[in-house]
Design a protein. Structure first.
Length: 399
């Protein structure tokens, strides 16, 4: 959590590799021990061996040491009926329900919804000639779009943004944010039982397998929280890259490097979800030269593994990966982000960037790149603010 973690992450991981190798002993808040896996090969091993490294937090050997108000409890979770906190056949049952519901999303309609909401957000600041687009655009766009397709009313958007941000950042308000967001989801489930619609939650409720309302709420929480800030940071980090990296400067006016290339580069170099919890060792073992005890927690160092020198043997002449999609940005293995969810996130993020650059083609940073700050979370990597300026333009509705 030190300053270098947010200002010079590449150097932090380089020092970790030098001092500890691909598996690093770390401490979580309250001096709780864990292992951070930052080796590409080691992370692949952990995420593809559910027998030795299951996602079963009940195995954790630290539960008895944790206070009830430990801020990372919502992120670690406990055994509960959701796609992210079940194992084995029960996990696959939840995954089938969630995946089927997400596959029901019409991508043409999704893009139309994202464009409509993007234009509405840009209309609010396009006449000012300047804006801070993390709070005004990158964060509200994915959440409002997700809320619409999941079945939430637009009026729930601002509260969902606040509650889920508190929860995902793992700070002192994390537990309260989780409870408040969950309450909104429980209210929505009650409404959709009575009046289903053409939305993801209604598709979940209509799935042939039966689930409790608690399970629906927790699965809705998993979809919403996993899709909100990572997609917001994908937008923000991609726009930052395109405004600060000479390789992409020309692309703002139709040059050779495209928005999809910038988005893929971000998934490698500036991945929004940089650390995930986790996996737990089912028995004593060794990994990356470290002795891992039964019940130890392994944090998935997605960003660290993406930056592993062993994973970067080939680049294009300008250092870009172009069509190389073998990153860990969406995790890997049985618990990776479901493919339909990845597609939804990509449609929202790409649409958001395209509409922004189409509406404001002369967009530029309003401050020096070196003064840009990251949100103080070791788990999600995004900009705190991204101030920009541009030529004023009339609202879309005024054209």
């Amino acid at each position: 959590m030190g300053p270098r973690f947010h200002t010079d992450l590449e150097a932090v991981y380089r020092d970790m590799r030098r001092d500890h190798g691909p598996v690093v002993p770390v401490t979580l808040p309250g001096d709780v021990p864990a292992w951070l896996v930052i080796g590409y090969r080691e992370l692949y091993q952990v995420t593809t061996d559910p027998v030795l490294f299951p996602r079963d937090q009940g195995l954790w050997n630290q539960w008895d040491t944790l206070p009830e108000d430990w801020p990372l409890r919502p992120m670690i979770g406990t055994r509960q009926p959701s796609v992210y906190f079940t194992v084995g056949e029960e996990h696959r049952r939840h995954l089938a329900m969630v995946q089927s519901a997400l596959e029901s999303v019409d991508h043409i309609e999704l893009r139309r919804t994202a464009e409509e909401l993007a234009d509405r957000l840009i209309d609010a600041f396009c006449g000012a000639g300047e804006s801070e687009i993390v709070s005004a655009y990158a964060k509200p766009l994915p959440l409002l779009t997700l809320a619409r397709i999941l079945g939430f009313p637009d009026s729930d958007g601002p509260e969902l943004i606040r509650f889920l941000t508190d929860m995902c950042d793992g700070g002192p308000d994390a537990l309260a944010g989780f409870e408040q967001a969950l309450a909104l989801m429980q209210q929505l489930i009650t409404r959709k039982h009575a009046t289903p619609g053409a939305d993801v939650l209604s598709a979940m409720l209509a799935h042939p397998d039966e689930f409790t309302d608690e399970a629906y709420a927790l699965n809705l929480m998993a979809i919403t929280s996993a899709g909100f800030l990572p997609t917001a940071d994908w937008i923000g980090n991609s726009v930052r890259l395109m405004l600060t990296d000479d390789r992409f400067a020309a692309s703002l006016t139709g040059g050779r490097h495209s928005i999809p290339e910038a988005m893929n580069e971000v998934l490698w170099e500036d991945t929004p979800t940089q650390i995930l919890a986790g996996r737990w060792a089912a028995r004593d073992t060794r990994l990356g030269g470290q002795v891992i005890a039964r019940g130890d927690m392994l944090l998935l160092g997605l960003a660290g593994a993406n930056g592993d020198p062993a994973a970067h043997t080939q680049h294009s002449a300008d250092g870009l990966r172009n069509s190389n999609f073998a990153h860990f940005a969406f995790s890997h293995g049985e618990y990776q982000c479901p493919f339909p969810a990845q597609e939804i996130a990509e449609v929202i993020a790409r649409t958001g960037i395209e509409v922004l650059l189409d509406r404001l083609p002369d967009l530029e940073l309003a401050i020096a790149p070196s003064t840009l700050a990251r949100r103080p979370s070791p788990f999600l990597r995004g900009m705190t603010v991204l101030p920009v300026r541009f030529a004023t333009t009339p609202p879309y509705g005024g054209r």
